[in-house]
Ligand binder design. Structure first.
Ligand code: CMX
Length: 134
């Protein structure tokens, strides 16, 4: 597989309401979408910057992935997402290279993208998402 660009960087925050003004008023970016992803137990806010995006993640459940992350590590960078041509193909390529997958098949994520996660214990500590827009 060969990623085309960084689709987004996911950042865990305790509160979207508190974090959004920093990105808008201090960094001068515009929040263009807020979306709840129920099965991921998060509410997200998106900002475009060049060819990539910042995705702020607020947990809606302390036992969800972002709730557990904030409890353990505090706020901060949660994951990096690479755009690929085809998520299912990329996941199988990565698995064949010996990387542990969280998702063996792509599924629908924020903004209707097909997404799949790689396990951070297999990717040098960085939770990694692959996504396509097909
Ligand atoms: N980055 C790096 N390491 C992480 C991590 C992250 N975001 N989240 C968890 N870990 C580490 C933990 O620190 C822990 O390490 P230690 O064993 O050394 O303490 C280990 O992974 C296990 O963590 P855990 O808290 O016990 O949590 P789980 O094993 O239950 O789940 C994970 C971890 C990565 C499998 C789970 O968070 C997951 O499936 N994530 C993918 C889905 C996701 O994050 N969704 C939210 C974003 C949705 C979106 O962007 O749309």
């Amino acid at each position: 597989m060969k990623p085309t660009h960084i689709e987004h960087i996911g950042i865990a925050v305790k509160s979207l309401d508190e974090a959004i003004p920093y990105y808008e008023k201090v960094l001068g970016l515009e929040c263009y979408a807020v979306e709840e992803i129920k099965d991921q137990k998060v509410k997200t806010a998106f900002f475009k910057i060049g060819n990539t995006k910042i995705e702020l993640l607020e947990s809606t459940d302390p036992l969800g992935p972002v709730g557990k992350f904030i409890e353990k590590k505090g706020e901060g960078i949660h994951h990096i997402a690479f755009a690929v041509e085809n998520v299912n193909k990329a996941l199988s390529d990565v698995e064949a290279a010996g990387v542990k997958l969280i998702d063996t098949q792509g599924r629908k994520g924020a903004e209707g993208l097909n997404i799949g996660f790689l396990h951070p214990k297999s990717t040098f500590g960085v939770l990694t998402e692959l996504c396509d827009n097909n």
